[in-house]
Design a protein. Structure first.
Lengths: 385, 262
């Protein structure tokens, strides 16, 4: 009898251990945030788009948000990041990093200086501390530092080199809550037609000195935008869907889990294509060819409470030539009840090619429009100054 | 087929009117820091060329401009849209020369291109000074045929057919030799939008730069020069009439009589 109870006890302990192990795995393979079960296709959100939306996008309604020009005259801005001192570092496709400052707090940049130039196709920037940044430029991650306080970088070090480039390259870079760098690494091809090499189509991570390069997640064709939720530590990434077949492959918003395979090159959307077994589903489907790019998680205090934890996404747009696709900023909202899908809707229109999004220390939302070479600021009217 | 498209990098016509200011010389606009774009009719010309390339992928499209290094932005936009080659006649001095001189520079640059172009497309007017001079002068300098106000082109029997809008219909013409076509806007030739990856890739494509001084065109002998530039002044007055309704109505009627008789 005692022996039977011992077996039963051992089984209970084993079951608890297995359950705890599963829970641990859920917790550990996420990049911060509360544990959650895997997505099901029914839980993948699908957006409501301008042709279907009945309401005016909130960012276009001056009663709800004041829209103003923060800076003009940039040279094809690709990415933005605020430093702790409120300076906004902007990468520009001409190979430059410009620092913008609003010294009088009127919501418009009144100082602009070149922090660095001579870079090649910089698509991402992260601020380590005021005067020290990391730039994601074609095939390499570069650390730049202003050691003499003159406002320009005088120390430059490539900390990661040899990253795969082709059709896409390394994209946005961010600093994680663990102090490591994370960046999206685009694919060399559309759908793997030139093979797949290590590190392409993935989320990569390394220490800020470039050591300990790791693959965090795979199967992401071009994860241009990357952002951590400052409250939960969750890591979100956009992904541009493949061009073949030319209809119906959506862009995506993904919650990145360590070790996750997100399907590229064969699987896309809510389980479409082939070889989908074991792959992760996206949180949201975004319009095909909308080119979902830069994103930011809202944890500021200026916007209404409904935007806490919302993900703002820039849709470059018109990647299939249709000018009515994308070319706006959308807002993705987490579900109010567990197990429900995320929702997404237009937030602001009137851009030519919005590409980067950032939340400022003032709680305003900043959008870089490459088509107009300007940065637009959104703030509630009371906070718009 | 080799198609050359002449484009001009101008102040963005869609920028807020309040941003437009006159420089201290009183005859040119302030340009520093303001948004720029490819001239609107040049955009139409570029789209006509790209459609020819869509129809016949072996078509080579060269974009050509005359301007300072900032004009590379316009050329790179064209490269991002699948133009094959970009050439800039380097004009560092602003304001630039008059339109006839620009046309002479473009013609000299076109003569250097190999193979010689079969078709040269240019916007019907630049979109900033809007003189409409470059196209006809270019044709004259090149000894080419000219077709005015075309809006579409299609390949045909080794040549090209140009579609024009005329007063009472649509006309199609076939140039019998290399031709310059001035292009007007039409719903069919709105310039397409680039993909982000192509915009990034365009920054790695070369731009051939030809110093203007190498082209043997006198730059200091303008046939026309701007004497002055001004912004129309609008005067607005607002007067609030006060008093009883009958008094205000009488005062209003009196003012309307005065305005009508003025």
């Amino acid at each position: 009898m005692r022996e039977r109870w011992l077996w039963f006890g051992a089984l209970v302990v084993a079951a608890v251990a297995v359950f705890a192990g599963v829970r641990w795995a859920w917790t550990e393979n996420r990049l911060g945030g509360a544990a959650s079960p895997p997505q099901t296709p029914a839980q993948v959100g699908v957006g409501v788009w301008p042709s279907e939306a009945s309401a005016e996008p909130p960012g276009d309604d001056p009663q709800r948000f004041a829209r103003s020009t923060f800076a003009q005259g940039l040279a094809q801005p690709t990415a933005m990041a605020f430093g702790r001192d409120g300076a906004l570092y902007v990468t520009e496709l001409v190979g430059r990093v410009t620092v913008l400052r609003d010294t009088d707090g009127d919501g418009r940049a009144d100082q602009a200086s070149v922090f660095a130039d001579g870079l090649t196709d910089p698509l991402g920037v992260a601020v380590l501390r005021p005067g020290e940044i990391v730039v994601s430029q074609r095939g390499r991650i570069t650390r730049l530092r202003d050691t003499n306080g003159d406002g320009a970088a005088d120390e430059r070090q490539d900390i990661v080199t040899g990253l795969p480039v082709g059709r896409h390259q390394n994209d946005n870079v961010v600093v994680g809550p663990d102090g490591r760098l994370y960046w999206g690494q685009g694919s060399r091809s559309d759908h793997g037609e030139s093979g797949v090499v290590p590190y392409e189509a993935s989320i990569l991570s390394a220490n800020v000195d470039g050591s300990d390069l790791k693959v965090v997640a795979t199967g992401l064709r071009n994860p241009y935008g990357l952002a951590f939720d400052a409250k939960t530590g969750a890591l979100y990434a956009t992904d541009n869907g493949r061009d073949v077949p030319d209809k119906g492959v959506p862009d995506e918003l993904n919650l990145i889990e360590a070790g996750g395979d997100y399907g590229w090159p064969d699987c896309w959307g809510a389980g479409e294509g082939t070889h989908c077994e074991g792959t992760k589903l996206p949180l949201l489907l975004l319009p095909p060819h909308s080119s979902a790019d830069g994103l930011a998680v809202y944890r500021g205090e200026a916007f209404p409470g409904e935007y806490q934890g919302a993900v703002f996404i820039a849709l470059w747009g018109a990647n299939d030539g249709d000018p009515n696709v994308g070319r706006q900023v959308v807002v993705a909202l987490p579900p109010k009840e567990a197990g429900r899908p995320w929702t997404v809707a237009p937030f602001a229109t009137g851009f030519i090619h919005p590409l980067a999004v950032a939340v400022g220390p003032d709680g305003a939302l900043y959008v870089a429009d490459m088509g107009r070479n300007e940065i637009v600021r959104f703030a509630p009217p009371a906070a718009s100054r | 087929m080799h198609v050359v498209v002449c484009i001009k990098h101008i102040l963005d016509p869609e920028m807020p009117p309040a941003s437009f200011r006159i420089a201290e010389d009183g005859r040119s606009p302030v340009e520093a820091g303001l948004p720029r774009a490819i001239g609107p009719f040049d955009q139409n010309a570029l789209e006509v060329a790209l459609k020819l390339k869509d129809a016949r992928p072996e078509t080579t499209v060269t974009v050509l401009t005359a301007g300072p290094a900032e004009a590379n932005e316009a050329l790179r936009k064209a490269l991002a849209l699948n133009a094959d080659r970009a050439v800039r006649v380097d004009l560092e001095r602003l304001p630039g020369p008059d339109s006839a001189t620009v046309a002479a520079l473009l013609a000299a640059a076109i003569r250097r291109l190999e193979p010689a172009p079969d078709l040269v497309l240019v916007g019907r007017q630049s979109g900033d000074w809007d003189q409409g001079v470059v196209g006809p002068v270019l044709a004259e300098k090149l000894g080419a045929a000219i077709v005015g106000l075309g809006y579409a082109a299609e390949p045909a029997d080794g040549g090209v057919i140009i579609t024009r809008q005329v007063d009472d219909g649509i006309e199609k013409v076939r140039p019998k030799r290399a031709a310059v076509v001035t292009v007007t806007n039409h719903e069919s030739n709105v310039l397409r939008l680039p993909k982000l990856k192509d915009v990034v890739a365009a920054h790695r494509k070369p731009i051939d730069v030809i110093p203007a001084a190498e082209l043997g065109v006198p730059l200091d002998e303008p046939l026309v020069e701007a004497v002055s530039l001004s912004i129309p002044q609008r005067e607005a007055h607002c007067e609030f009439l006060e008093g009883e309704p009958e008094e205000m109505a009488a005062a209003l009627a009196e003012r309307i009589r005065r305005w009508l008789s003025a």
